[in-house]
Design a protein around this ligand. Structure first.
Ligand code: FES
Length: 68
């Protein structure tokens, strides 16, 4: 026991749909953009509160992919 709460390995980014970070990362790998990811996963179809987090993740992963 370290006394610190463990961070979830695969955080849920969209609480409304239960979409996890790893699922979004997998969809980005397939070349999907934010709109397509939303349609496929159901993310961003509820309250919209996850919009910033998902947009940032997609941007970061797309940048990493394009610069590789
Ligand atoms: S948390 Fe993603 S739509 Fe509500």
């Amino acid at each position: 026991m370290t006394g610190k709460p463990a961070l979830p390995k695969d955080p849920v980014l969209c609480q409304c749909s239960g979409t996890t970070q790893s699922y979004i990362a997998a969809l980005v790998k397939q070349g999907l953009d934010v709109d397509a990811i939303s349609q496929r996963s159901g993310a961003l179809t509820g309250c919209g509160g996850c919009e910033w987090d998902i947009a940032e993740l997609v941007k970061a992963l797309s940048t990493a992919k394009n610069s590789a």
